[in-house]
Design a binder for this molecule. Structure first.
Ligand SMILES: Nc1nc2c(ncn2[C@@H]2O[C@H](COP(=O)(O)OP(=O)(O)O)[C@@H](O)[C@H]2O)c(=O)[nH]1
Ligand SMILES: [Mg+2]
Length: 221
């Protein structure tokens, strides 16, 4: 099978990383996204799949999820600055036909506009629940997203909810159903933190961030 585009050299990951994480803002449309050029990583998936929890675990924080799970913010794009080196973007969850049809379409358009037109987007994490295989909605999103030519990493959330042997089968089947290379789907659990470092290494490589060198803003002039 062809080599996965995400199979990059392992990135250096220091103990206790990341030290700084700040909520920047919520945006209801692309035009409201923060005007920075930091590389961005988006968390995409159904409501309740574990997007905010993944963001929390990656950042070793508890209250970040509170920000993205605040009523009124769950339908917005929430931007977090990480280590002054990159942005994490918690996207609104899809798959809930709550609200009017016009509202649902408008969130879909906002998400698609962001995924398609945001130049600094370096990696999209597509989350699916380990207990259920991807459905038409996720497959359609992936087929559409592949046409953009942008990199995507699959994350199988709540890995602690299925047995170890079942998990590996589900990981491979998920990759197949999402038209992805098997090594581009990582199983993750917020309880055991399994998968956290592998996801981080992919993020750092995709963002071109090497933690051995200081961020550009702190480098000597
Ligand atoms: N057991 C377990 N529960 C999880 C995991 N990730 C998320 N959850 C739970 O799933 C629910 C939804 O998570 P949340 O992050 O709010 O999902 P979001 O709507 O995609 O942001 C919460 O009750 C989380 O505690 C996980 O890895 N393991
Ligand atoms: Mg959330």
């Amino acid at each position: 099978m062809a080599r996965s585009p995400l199979e990059l050299p392992p990135a250096f990951l220091p103990e206790g990383f990341p030290g700084h994480v700040d909520f920047v803002k919520s945006a209801s449309k692309l035009a409201e996204a923060p005007a920075t050029s930091l590389p961005e990583v988006a968390m995409c998936g159904r409501s309740n799949v574990g997007k905010s929890t993944l963001l929390n675990t990656l950042c070793n924080r508890r209250q970040l999820a509170r920000v993205s799970n605040t009523p009124g913010r769950t339908r917005l794009l929430n931007f977090f600055e990480v280590q002054r080196a990159m942005m994490f973007v918690d996207l609104p969850g899809f798959g809930f036909a709550r609200g009017s049809l016009a509202e649902v379409q408008s969130w879909g358009e906002t998400i698609q506009a962001y995924l398609l037109d945001r130049p600094q987007l370096k990696l999209t994490l597509l989350l699916t629940d380990a207990r259920r295989l991807p459905e038409k909605e996720e497959q359609e999103l992936l087929l559409w997203f592949r046409q953009t030519g942008r990199p995507c990493l699959g994350v199988l959330t709540k890995a602690d909810k299925v047995s170890k042997s079942d998990l590996e089968l589900r990981r491979r089947k998920t990759a197949e159903l999402l038209f992805m290379h098997p090594s581009d789907v990582i199983a993750f659990s917020s309880l055991s933190r399994d998968g956290r470092d592998a996801i981080w290494r992919t993020i750092l490589a995709a963002c071109g961030v090497d933690l051995r060198s200081p961020p550009a803003s702190e480098a000597a002039p």
